[in-house]
Structure formats: structure tokens, C-alpha cells
Design a protein around this ligand. Sequence first.
Ligand code: HEM
Length: 181
Amino acid sequence: MYGLINKSLRAMIIENHGIDCWDSVLEKSGVPIESFVSMQRYEDDVTYALVGAASEKLGASAEECLEAFGYYWATVVAPGSYGLLLNSTGRNLLEFLNHINHLHDRITTTFIGYMPPYFEVSHTENRVALRYESKRQGLTPFVIGILKGLAERFGSTLTFEPLEKIEVSEGETSVIHFVIN
Ligand code: HEM
């Protein structure tokens, strides 16, 4: 994944737990990279190793770490570096969710050859089913964290309902059910 992702993970850990904690996460991960370049591509294994090491160090599950990272992405990283893009993606949560694919499409010239996920939204009034399709595995909790952060941005409250995992031969597909209030 693009270095921006690993860099943001580092920023979150330093902000919440301090630089010493990050140093020990990096050491535990076995990733031999001191500093990430935002616009450089790294193997996905790098990101997974960092999340695994953070989970071990912080005594939280990988899912919890990914969710916290999604929340940080939506409330700190994206508004800080991509505020205009966020503002033009939607004026409320539902409108925003309907345009996430478009958001990722708009930055394909910046993140050349990247592999963003694909989303499909269906809803009846405020009851939403968000289908998430990724070529990668295990990142649904990251999406849930982003949703929680976006809900805060739009002043909405989300009530999550049981997650639906779809059997696929490659990557991960899930349907996240929630109600927006
Ligand atoms: C300012 C806004 C955003 C930017 C600049 C951005 C950019 C990126 C980049 C660079 C990647 C890495 C992909 C790769 O390197 O192959 C990524 C992945 C991802 N993005 Fe976005 N994104 C944004 C907003 C969002 C939003 C609102 C969502 C909503 C849920 C989202 C969901 C994801 C997910 C789940 C991944 C992980 C990759 C995967 O699932 O396979 N992103 N994004």
C-alpha cells in the first residue's frame, strides 16, 4: 500500500502512545524501514506486519487496531490533507457514502496503480447496507472505523447491526449494516 497509509499509522501511534511505543512496534514488526515516503508503494505485508506488531504491543486485537486507525484516518489524516476532496464528496453521510468510489477514482492520477476498494450502498430510509469489496483481506474493521469517523464529521450517530461476510475466492467482501440517526 502507498506509504501514506503506513505513515498515518505511525502518526496515530506516536500521537496516542508516544515515540518509544512506535519504535518498539517498528522493531517488533521486523519492517526494516525507518521512514515511509507517502507517494511510494510498499508491499501490503509491511502494513499487515505493522498492525500485527501494534496489536501485540498495545494488547488490543488487530481488528481493534484497524478500527482505531480507520477512525484516525477519517478524523485526522483525511481532513488534514484532503479537506477539499472530502468537502466535495458529500454534504451528509449517505451522499458521501454514495460517492466514495468517485472519491477514490478522482485520485488515481496521484496514487498511480493503487488498488482502492469498491463500495455499493443500498438503503431504505436511514437503514443502510454498505457492501465493501477489496482485493485484500481483513480490512473490514478499517472501514468500520472510517464510518465512525465520518459519522462524527456529519453529526450522525450510527447503530451497527450484524456484519455479513460474503464468501469470495479472493480478497474480502462484506456487507456492513447500520442505521443512521
Ligand atoms: C481523503 C480521502 C481518501 C484518500 C486520499 C484515500 C486514499 C487511499 C489510498 C492511497 C489507499 C491505499 C490503496 C493502495 O495503496 O493500493 C486507500 C485505501 C483504502 N481506502 Fe481510501 N482514501 C480516502 C478516503 C476513503 C474513505 C472515505 C473510505 C471509506 C470507507 C476509504 C476506504 C479505503 C479502504 C477500506 C482502503 C484499504 C484498501 C482495501 O480495502 O483494499 N478511503 N485509500
